[in-house]
Design a protein around this ligand. Structure first.
Ligand code: ADP
Ligand code: MG
Length: 643
């Protein structure tokens, strides 16, 4: 090459990444084949899409990927006639980290110890070639550019720079030429290559052509034996012969029975950039008024950005009549299912469909509804078939799924059916379904009870649970951030309403005798309650005797229609204005502290006791005292009396 080459430095983090990839993925070396073929396939999809959109008919060769090798030179070459890259793109795509996931990966690499796992989670793509190659050379011509304007990109493993130089190519596309390291020469073997390609890339919808004979064997004497005159070799014998080694049909168009588990898994890795296998998938074909097919995958691990609803890398890959249209089409699936990966191939959408058209199309709505139902069915089957694995899914994706209860009214019941909770009768793990809860409710119980707190411990030990424990009633313990929002949307399940144990009346299973006893007590405590209410008038709405408490002396409650104290605290923490509704202080008349109030003659001591009981109630629900000093002083005063 006589033309001028330009030297570029890899960005520091890329060098770091290259070294890490080369070292930590040593054992998975063969993934470079999958990654290169996957990139070629993407490029071919884009080229085909480009041709269709521009009405171009100048395509000479069929779209395909060619793999050839030369043992003597240790060369392994991948050629595609896809969209190609110009000089700027080569520098941008192969020399910097474009993908936000990857830059996040690099940030984490310095801190985390499980580097192998991390790299696997993000997908290494093109850089995997550095595991096996001494030199990586990419020559590319962008679709539509002058054949004289191709560019070659070259890097030597272990160096921190790469060079680019002008080149020529006959047709647009990309040639990736690797000079393999001595210890990876096994990939210069036809049998080995075919084995890896069919194992990991059979789902690719373009033909993958593997060179039939290594070039050095074309001069083998055995085949020229019967030729009387071997002076001139036919040119056709010099150029390699090719054999197609894959099915080359879009995997979703094939019959389920003809697709192996491995094919499904490889295809998942291709579209998701996840190195783990998916935990389940659903392959379907819809016929009738609207026709579309697809495969939906449930990943086994959460993507790093699962929590971000707006910055998500969600959505499905969209094809129209086998032609690739776009990645991450998030119009096709609700936001709360953003962890689902997959493809949809529609026969109804136009080939030039844009995101805007997609947004407003009726076809999109139908696809979205069907996709949602498919995913829910997949999850229901998951929970039924392998309940233990489903709990792992729930742990990872449960909070995301909960968003759906408020967002997807038409599927609310099915979503509620998929929820798992902990309760005062289970351990900390969220394993209880609402169906199981309802199934073991006694006849007399009319509602589904729950409590919300900041943590499992705070929920499990709440004074509000005391009477439920005594009466052996099951209460759901909710303690995830999103749960306040969740309960505001889950009005009913199997015709049972939900009831917070910290709110309003709890008339469950109350006997006439109990009622009378309480009325009697309330009369006795009349002056105590009045006096306490006066003292606390700026903090509570009312002071009354409690039906909830058995062990604790006091707790706070709000009315059914009022905002819970927990939600109020959450909103306050988020800097939002909250309505100024005061809670009710409930006192346990059986408790000795409350008894004490009854007999207290000193006004000063009475006030200390009231402040103390109020403070305990606030603290027991992880609340914050507006005036902790007064509380502490009251407690200290009371303790001093004991000394
Ligand atoms: P990813 O495929 O996840 O984007 P890669 O490291 O595999 O990451 O590739 C980086 C980018 O380089 C691709 O997104 C693509 O734009 C470009 N690229 C790689 N290989 C090819 C190819 N054969 N043809 C055209 N572009 C390619
Ligand atoms: Mg790639």
């Amino acid at each position: 090459m006589s033309q001028q080459s330009t030297k570029h430095e890899f960005r520091a983090e890329i060098s770091q990444l290259l070294n890490l990839v080369a070292n930590s993925l040593y054992g998975d070396a063969q993934i470079f084949i999958r990654e290169l073929i996957s990139n070629s396939s993407d490029a071919l999809e884009k080229a085909r899409q480009h041709n269709i959109l521009t009405g171009s008919t100048s395509q000479e060769d069929p779209f395909q990927i060619k793999v050839s090798f030369d043992k003597d030179k240790s060369e392994l070459t991948f050629v595609d006639n896809g969209c190609g890259m110009n000089q700027t793109e080569l520098v941008e795509f192969l020399g910097t980290v474009a993908n936000s996931g990857t830059s996040n990966l690099i940030k984490q690499l310095s801190s985390k110890s499980e580097k192998h796992e991390l790299i696997g989670q993000f997908g290494v793509g093109f850089y995997s070639t550095f595991i096996v190659a001494k030199t990586v050379e990419v020559t590319s011509l962008k679709q539509g550019d002058d054949p004289k304007n191709a560019t070659m990109w070259r890097a030597v493993t272990g160096e921190n720079s790469y060079e680019t130089m002008p080149a020529e190519m006959e047709q647009s596309g990309t040639i990736v030429r690797l000079i393999l390291k001595d210890e990876h020469k096994e990939y210069l073997d036809r049998w080995k290559l075919e084995q890896v390609i069919t194992k990991y890339s059979d789902y690719i919808s373009f033909p993958i052509m593997l060179e039939k004979q290594p070039i050095d064997e074309s001069s083998d004497d055995s085949e020229t034996d019967d030729k009387s005159d071997a002076v001139v070799e036919e040119p056709s014998e010099q150029s390699p012969e090719w054999e197609q080694v894959n099915h080359a049909s879009a995997i979703w168009t094939r019959q389920r029975k003809d697709i192996s588990e491995e094919d499904y898994q490889s295809f998942y890795k291709h579209i998701s950039h996840d190195s783990e296998n998916p935990s389940r998938w659903s392959h379907f074909k819809i016929e009738g008024k609207q026709e579309f097919s697809g495969i939906l995958y449930l990943p086994s691990k959460a993507p790093w950005d699962l929590a971000y609803r707006d910055k998500r890398t969600g959505g499905l890959k969209l094809f129209v009549q086998r032609v690739f249209i776009m990645d991450e089409a998030d119009q096709l699936i609700p936001i709360y299912l953003r962890f689902i990966k997959g493809v949809i191939d529609s026969n109804d959408l136009p080939l030039n469909v844009s995101r805007e058209i997609l947004q407003n199309s009726r076809a999109t709505q139908t696809i979205k509804q069907t996709v949602t139902k498919r995913v829910l069915t997949m999850l229901e089957d998951f929970a039924k078939d392998t309940p233990d694995d489903y709990l792992k899914f729930w742990k990872t994706f449960g909070n995301t799924l909960k968003e759906g209860v408020g967002e997807d009214f038409s599927n609310k019941d099915r979503l509620l059916g998929l929820m798992r909770f902990s309760s005062n009768k289970t351990d900390k793990e969220q394993t209880l379904s609402l169906a199981d809860y309802v199934a073991r409710m006694p006849e007399t119980q009319k509602k589904i009870y729950y409590i919300i707190a900041d943590s499992y411990e705070s929920a499990a030990n709440s004074p509000h649970l005391e009477v439920f424990k005594k009466k052996d009633i099951e209460v759901l313990l909710l303690h995830d951030q999103i749960d306040e929002w969740l309960v505001s949307h889950m009005n009913q399940f199997e015709e049972k309403t939900f009831q917070s144990v910290a709110k309003g009346e709890i008339a469950e299973d109350e006997s006439e005798a109990d009622k009378q006893a309480l009325e009697e007590k309330t009369k006795q405590f009349d002056s105590v309650l009045k006096q306490a209410k006066e003292i606390l008038s700026d903090r509570v709405k009312d002071v009354m005797l409690s039906k909830r408490l058995t062990d604790s002396p006091s707790c706070l409650t709000v009315a059914d229609n009022e905002m819970s104290n927990h939600l109020k605290r959450m909103l306050q923490d988020a800097g939002q204005a909250v309505p100024d509704v005061k809670p009710t202080l409930e006192l346990n008349p059986e408790h000795s502290f409350v008894e004490k109030l009854h007999n207290e003659t000193s006004d000063e001591a009475f006030e200390k006791w009231v402040n103390f009981l109020y403070g305990q109630a606030v603290i027991s629900e992880s609340g914050q005292l507006a005036d902790p000093v007064t509380y502490i002083k009251s407690v200290n005063r009371l303790l001093e009396d004991l000394i």
